[in-house]
Design a protein around this ligand. Structure first.
Ligand SMILES: [Zn+2]
Ligand SMILES: [Zn+2]
Length: 286
């Protein structure tokens, strides 16, 4: 994808986020605070355009999935650091749930106690915040730290993933439900087309990849007696598909029935009632 195409895509995404957030505020007035907060975070992510210089052509000969390890994602460090500070501000100023530790994280970075580059390298190499940064004794809230850092890196991760996904060979089939680009767990599933073909969307790099429609993507169980789905009255065009064999579930958006305008990271947040229901029923996400 060219820089121009990428930049047009960002503009379209900004318009889409704004439109979807306003629809959701009308549809779900009780979630207004949550929607406002995430609209702000997602907006910050698309106001910038990371510069990714890395050449991924070494993946041409790669025959198996995942194509890369997380540490191989290319990151625009200065842009991500700037975004990191803005997300810290959004979290400490979140009227729903202001978190003072977001300010402490930002101050540590400003005072030079933390090096952004080593923080990013550790995060991508270990696939979770490293204890020295996220120790609650330092005034850090580990979950918040993870949220801020991931969201600061997300524009670079998603752009890298677009470039890397060109190397997803059509001849190699998936062996599990994990993302063929980065091995991330799926966030959502999409059903589309007349024949309801299905795909999964990675929760880390947001790459979308096809799966078989009539089996559990997690354990490959295809016995219809043990596969099912739950719908909720207030939620149109979205359901939770579950498997009684492995006790896992995934939320599925059926594009034929879902509202025309949607933004997946926001849909993921506002469909939390499904997660609560499925957890009550004893099912877990991947
Ligand atoms: Zn991925
Ligand atoms: Zn299963």
């Amino acid at each position: 994808m060219t820089e121009k195409a990428m930049s047009d895509m960002n503009d379209n995404t900004l318009r889409k986020i704004k439109k979807v957030a306003s629809i959701l505020r009308r549809e779900k007035p009780s979630a207004k605070g949550l929607i406002d907060f995430y609209e702000k975070i997602f907006f910050l992510q698309y106001e910038i355009e990371p510069s990714i210089e890395k050449d991924f052509s070494f993946l041409t000969s790669k025959k198996s999935f995942p194509l890369i390890k997380r540490k191989d994602f290319a990151v625009d460090l200065s842009l991500s650091e700037d975004l990191f500070k803005k997300i810290c501000d959004a979290c400490s100023g979140n009227p729903m749930n202001p978190d003072p530790s977001a300010k402490a994280i930002k101050n540590s970075l400003g005072a030079g106690d933390l090096s952004f580059e080593s923080m990013v390298n550790d995060y991508l190499a270990n696939e979770s915040p490293t204890p020295q940064y996220s120790n609650p004794g330092n005034g850090f809230n580990p979950e918040l730290f993870d949220f801020i850092l991931y969201n600061a890196l997300k524009p670079s991760i998603v752009k890298s993933s677009h470039l890397i996904s060109e190397y997803c060979s059509k001849t190699t089939s998936l062996t599990n439900a994990r993302c063929p680009v980065c091995n991330g767990a799926p966030a959502l599933s999409i059903a589309s087309g007349k024949k309801y073909s299905r795909s999964l969307v990675c929760s880390f790099c947001w790459h979308e990849y096809k799966i078989k429609k009539s089996e559990c993507p997690f354990c490959k169980n295809n016995d219809p007696q043990t596969l099912g789905h739950i719908s909720l009255e207030a939620e149109k065009g979205i359901r939770a598909d579950y498997c009684n064999s492995c006790k896992k579930y995934i939320k599925t958006i059926n594009l034929k029935e879902y509202r025309k305008d949607f933004y997946l990271p926001l849909e993921m947040i506002v469909s939390i009632p499904f997660d609560m229901k499925m957890n009550e029923e004893g099912f877990k996400p991947e």
